[in-house]
Ligand binder design. Structure first.
Ligand code: GLN
Length: 546
């Protein structure tokens, strides 16, 4: 299939945050549901090599793939919608493009030529776009271009699109997202920003084939006609993207707008009947018709920007839908949590999830949260740093080692119960050097985690430098905290549990990355089940005391 692979480019104009990632994922879902193999790639115009070194406040969560790439959070949406893993090839930044061109230059591969943006940088971009297409695995590659047209840093990408449109005529398509704002004072939707945005595309030689217009109000026929006329597209290529209450509705909305049909027709692909979306619709139905509600606390230090915990929030939603339960999340700032207010903050919650993170800020709040939920039998789910906090808390309050800590925070602490991994000790560079990506884990039969997965050998994704210090394993196990998941090769402790607690699970890995609409994650499902149970016990005991 490699030479007939179709390429769809998704660009954005007028403003950022129009939802290019969700539109790309929704279109991909519709095409996949029609039997095509589709993948999505994100090109990010910033100079960082990857988002691994970025503060989550900048771009939200760093999403990790099976092959250990630290990527943009949109890749999470791609996996959640398509249920197909992505890889390093699915996310490319300007930094990576330049790094590889400069490395080639240093190796003398340009044979003395002057190295320039055109053709060398654009060639590298085109090469990266086509890696997935040439793999032969995909009929269609959707490439989302980060940023907004008109940004200086997006120019080489749009230029590369222009070149590909020319070189691969009939194989390429451009979808441009714009905003159609509603002016309250005029009582009207305005098309001018869309017209300007398309003009900007034309200035750099690209005519969009399809316009997806983000709007708060329906686009009537006259607006569609006007946009079509001014922007040189057919009226059926003006697609309305109205605000939705859930991102998971967007594929259905795009199907109603016939985005998939227009795309197939423009790419010359056969239309073999409606997409098969039964599973998707079943999920949506459950999501929108919950039979119960639970409230779980999410304790983290980046909660001002909820995108920092995107995959966790989505995994909770998937698990909620599976249990026909609306999962309300109470966002709790770990920095503001202390022994005085913890009871007020956490009392009454049906479960508490302590989030991943780095560094010392907010860590004592996380440890305090763990102590409260452990002592009050509230279901607990700790992920990565959250698991490490559970270990520190147990050491301090059950083993009585009040100075126990992680050497990430306190290098010289008395009991370094969480310590730097051996292979990390010689590493000085920050980018891409953690223990990253998918590793095997062997679970102990009969444990909470085993009961969740119903299998012994699992694979999960990682992103950490520190680990449970196995030197202390006996002390923990003989006092009730068990290692119920280990890496089979190294013995590294991946999961801890307190068996006497209704549901207390800390995982060194990040299960949230693997939860998708079609495969909600078993560990999140089990956590929500434990929260539902907790609520039933609560209601039961209230009734008893009446
Ligand atoms: N900071 C911890 C470590 O590096 C935990 C990382 C995380 O939560 N992703 O091990």
């Amino acid at each position: 299939m490699s030479n007939s692979t179709k390429y769809i480019f998704v660009t954005g104009g007028v403003t950022s945050s129009l939802g290019k990632g969700i539109i790309s994922a929704s279109l991909a879902k519709l095409l996949q549901a029609r039997g095509h193999s589709v993948t999505i790639q994100k090109l990010d115009p910033y100079i960082n090599i990857d988002p691994g070194t970025l503060n989550p406040y900048e771009h939200g969560e760093c999403y990790v793939t099976n092959d250990g790439a630290e990527t943009d959070l949109d890749l999470g949406h791609y996996e959640r919608f398509l249920n197909v893993p992505t890889s390093q090839a699915n996310n490319v930044t300007t930094g990576r493009i330049y790094q590889s061109v400069i490395n080639k230059e240093r190796r003398g591969e340009f044979l003395g030529k002057t190295v320039q943006i055109i053709p060398h940088i654009t060639d590298e971009i085109k090469h990266r776009i086509q890696i997935l297409g040439k793999s032969g695995e995909f009929d269609i590659v959707i490439t989302e271009i980060g940023g907004t047209v008109g940004d200086i840093e997006s120019l080489p990408y749009i230029e590369s699109v222009r070149q590909m449109l020319w070189e691969k005529r009939n194989q390429c398509l451009v979808i441009h997202l714009t905003l159609v704002p509603f002016l309250q004072a005029a009582g009207e939707l305005k098309t001018k920003p869309t017209q300007h945005s398309v003009k900007q595309m034309l200035e750099v030689g690209v005519q969009p084939d399809i316009l997806v217009c983000r709007t708060e109000h329906h686009l009537d026929d006259s607006i569609r006609r006007k946009i079509a006329l001014f922007c040189n597209v057919a009226q059926e290529s003006v697609i309305e993207s109205i605000d939705a209450s859930s991102i998971y509705e967007v594929p259905i909305m795009m199907q109603n707008e016939k985005l998939d049909e227009v795309v197939l027709q423009k790419l010359g692909l056969p239309d073999n009947g409606a997409p098969e979306l039964k599973e998707w619709k079943d999920f949506l139905h459950k999501l929108q018709n919950p039979k119960k509600i639970v409230t779980v606390g999410l304790v983290g230090k980046y909660i001002e920007l909820k995108d920092s915990y995107k995959s966790i929030a989505e995994a909770l939603e998937h698990a909620g839908a599976t249990n026909e339960c609306d999962v309300k999340v109470k966002w709790i700032h770990s920095e503001k949590l202390n022994a005085e207010n913890v009871s007020d903050q956490l009392k009454g919650l049906d479960g508490v999830l302590v989030a991943p993170g780095f560094g010392s800020r907010g860590i004592e709040g996380k440890i305090t949260a763990v102590q409260f939920v452990r002592e009050n039998n509230i279901p607990f789910f700790g992920i990565c740093l959250g698991m490490q906090c559970a270990v520190i808390e147990y050491a301090r309050n059950v083993l009585g080692w009040e100075n126990a800590h992680s050497t990430e925070i306190s290098k010289m602490c008395e009991q370094p119960v969480i310590d730097l991994m051996e292979e990390q000790k010689s590493i000085t560079n920050l980018g891409g050097t953690m223990r990253l990506g998918s590793y095997d884990c062997e679970l102990t039969e009969g444990s909470h985690i085993f009961n969740a997965y119903q299998e012994k050998d699992i694979k999960e994704r990682h992103r950490h430098r520190f680990e449970f210090n196995s030197k202390y394993l006996n002390d923990f196990e003989s006092n009730g905290m068990k290692a119920t998941g280990k890496n089979p090769e190294t013995g590294l402790v991946e999961v801890v549990e307190v068996s006497s607690h209704p549901w207390f699970v800390g995982a060194q890995f990040h299960p949230e990355y693997k939860s998708t609409v079609e495969q909600p994650h078993p560990l999140f499902i089990a956590f929500i089940q434990a929260a539902i149970k907790k609520q039933e016990v609560k209601i039961g005991s209230k009734e008893m005391s009446k």
